[in-house]
Design a protein around this ligand. Structure first.
Ligand code: UDP
Length: 312
């Protein structure tokens, strides 16, 4: 069998870089494309010198040229934390819409299979709990999170259109909260925020009363699910995430306990449209991919906290 080539957009980001690692381990050639807006070369510096790896600094909202054959495209380029997309609203909308269009064009040209990184944010502030793939969501299009949510909803729509109209082989993963090494300490997400605050001896900022829930998936589990989906025949979206749901208050307490920190928890206003609950229903992933997460929070948090410590 000839060596497969995969293009990873957003390949210098948190998830993209872990995917580059995995695809290289599977023996593929990997072309990593990133404009380094929120990605960072530190995430892929260990791959420079690997003959199967190449990096192209490029903004995929402009025409994408990749020489030679391409078998797989994993489209992960986008600001993805609430703080990032609030700071970069236009770029977020552009990469989800114009960028996804360009990437689909590349897939069509190369006869490649494309996997779109979508998100639990397509469910908005959900009225169905846990969220299953058949739920259409409850998104505020004009709220601050709308720039990300609607961009990803458009990205799903245009991906399905390329599948139906052009016959492009497409896959869509809906990614729920994921954590692990290579997360940015300053991306504003709950975990890096709490760990950074604890390490600096500051108060821990819980937004709202902390009763909102999330379900956190360790990055290696997520990558395994995505890799299985890429190789599967499933065209419609598949949730990948860890259903172990926890309130943000409990989560903050858990992080403080693991760190042995004496920081106090303080409460700040809940950001607009912050989902009150979130938990993936992963029955579909279990059924069609034979996948379920393996890494519990205690283990995953230890590894991730040690990573953050090494960065401070
Ligand atoms: N959060 C918090 N304190 C922080 C950062 C986040 O309480 O310093 C809350 C946030 O309001 C949300 C949850 O933690 O309810 C998860 O936020 P995150 O930014 O990690 O991702 P989201 O799931 O909202 O996309």
């Amino acid at each position: 069998m000839s060596q497969k080539t995969a293009v990873v957009t957003g390949g210098a980001g948190f998830l993209g870089s872990h995917l580059c690692d995995r695809l290289l381990l599977e023996g593929m050639k990997v072309v990593c494309i990133d404009n380094l807006l929120t990605g960072n070369l530190n995430n892929i510096s260990h791959l420079f010198g690997n003959e199967n790896f190449s990096f192209v600094k490029h903004d995929i909202t402009n025409f994408i040229f990749v020489p030679g054959k391409v078998d797989y495209i994993l489209h992960f380029a986008s600001p993805a934390s609430p703080i990032d997309y609030l700071k970069l609203p236009i770029q977020t909308l552009k990469v989800g819409s114009l960028g996804t269009h360009k990437v689909l064009g590349l897939a069509k040209e190369k006869n490649a299979r494309i996997l779109l990184a979508s998100t639990s944010e397509v469910y908005g502030d959900p009225e169905i709990h846990p969220q299953e793939e058949t739920y259409w969501g409850n998104v505020n299009p004009i709220g601050p999170r709308g720039v990300y949510d609607e961009a990803k909803r458009f990205a799903e729509a245009i991906t399905m259109a390329y599948n139906r109209y052009h016959g492009v082989e497409t896959r869509i993963v809906r990614i729920f909260n994921t954590y692990g090494p290579r997360m940015r300490l300053d991306d504003g997400r709950a975990l890096p925020a709490f760990v950074g605050q604890a390490l600096r001896g500051e108060d821990i900022t819980v937004f709202g009363d902390g009763s909102q829930t999330r379900s956190f998936c360790y990055v290696s589990d997520l990558v395994e699910g995505i890799y299985r989906l890429l190789l599967s025949d499933e065209v419609e979206p598949v949730n990948i995430g860890n259903p172990d749901e926890i309130t943000i208050q409990q989560f903050a307490e858990e992080v403080l306990k693991i760190m042995g920190s004496k920081s106090k928890i303080i409460y700040q206003p809940l950001p607009q449209d912050d989902p009150k609950v979130r938990q993936p229903n992963i029955e579909k992933a279990k059924r069609i991919l034979g996948w379920q997460p393996k890494v519990g929070r205690a283990e995953g948090l230890k590894i991730t906290i040690n990573f953050f410590k090494s960065k401070i």
